[in-house]
Design a protein around this ligand. Structure first.
Ligand SMILES: Nc1ncnc2c1ncn2[C@@H]1O[C@H](COP(=O)(O)OP(=O)(O)OP(=O)(O)O)[C@@H](O)[C@H]1O
Length: 260
């Protein structure tokens, strides 16, 4: 833990009566890429918000390295349609500083040509790259990216994940990534955490892609193309909301599983 950036121990959180995170533990290390995967509503963004300190858990412990700088790329960004905000100004508002730094960040994410463009005129993929540049401008120890590749074309997605690996190499920062692009992500991550309110399974991409709980969530064709056949013998069942059902003997796919 001395070397960790963030450590979560047994974190639980409910919104009203609905448990969203159940006893989640997670360690984020410098230079490590951790990918959070799970169906819609599994609690991934909520967990990211707990890591960021934007959301306090009901139970459990959250530890952040003192002085930790976090760059965050949110899943959604509301841009006021009436504001003629340029990309350059948008970046400056997040991290006031020299023009050179903003140019460098935009060059790194491959969108130098957009510096004077109005933010509200950007395409989805262009905006994602600008948001990544904004997160990098803070020179973060930890980058938290909530579905960074949404709206980015397939070649661009590959480039984006390649870029994240480069950023990790050159800066040594840790990266927490939320992603649905299993094929692209699995090859480029050190640790995969498969979330369905609780941590279903976690580990290296290889070990997770062989885990029955992973296949239960994502189906037999999920993961890397060279996946070996698996045996479906997981040791816990989920109810309709994805919460663990303790009695694997009475595990019934039709009634107890609801995976998007
Ligand atoms: N502030 C909130 N108040 C009440 N419920 C919330 C709040 N934030 C999230 N939720 C609920 O918590 C659950 C988990 O949401 P979350 O956004 O963390 O899921 P997710 O795994 O990121 O989903 P997706 O893949 O669709 O982005 C959802 O049912 C959501 O409606």
């Amino acid at each position: 833990m001395d070397t960790a950036l963030v450590q979560l121990d047994d974190v639980s959180l409910s919104f009203g009566a609905e448990p969203v995170l159940e006893r989640v533990s997670l360690t984020l290390n410098p230079g490590g890429i951790t990918t959070l995967i799970g169906p819609n509503g599994a609690g991934k963004s909520t967990l990211a918000r707990v890591v960021l300190g934007l959301q306090a858990p009901d139970q459990g412990r959250v530890w952040r390295r003192p002085g930790l700088r976090i760059g965050y790329m949110p899943q959604h960004l509301q841009v006021d349609e009436s504001l003629p905000l340029t990309v350059d100004r948008f970046l400056w508002l997040a991290a006031p500083g020299r023009t050179r730094h903003r140019r460098e960040a935009l060059a790194l994410t491959g969108v130098s040509h957009l510096r004077r463009r109005a933010v509200r005129r950007l395409s989805g993929g262009e905006l994602q790259r600008v948001l990544l540049a904004r997160a990098l401008l803070r020179k973060p120890d930890l980058l938290v990216l909530d579905e960074p590749a949404q709206g980015v074309d397939v070649a661009g997605q590959d480039a984006l994940y390649g870029l994240l690996s480069e950023v990790r190499e050159s800066t040594g920062c840790g990266i927490l990534l939320i992603s649905h692009d299993l094929h692209l992500v699995m090859a480029r991550t050190d640790q995969v955490v498969c979330l369905q309110h609780h941590v279903c399974c976690s580990g290296t991409p290889e070990s997770v892609s062989r885990d029955p709980a992973y296949h239960e969530l994502f189906g037999p064709r999920a993961g890397t193309p060279n996946l070996a056949l698996y045996t479906h013998d997981h040791d816990h069942a989920h109810d309709l909301h994805g919460h663990v059902h303790d009695d694997p003997e009475h595990h019934d796919h039709g009634e107890h599983h609801h995976h998007d």
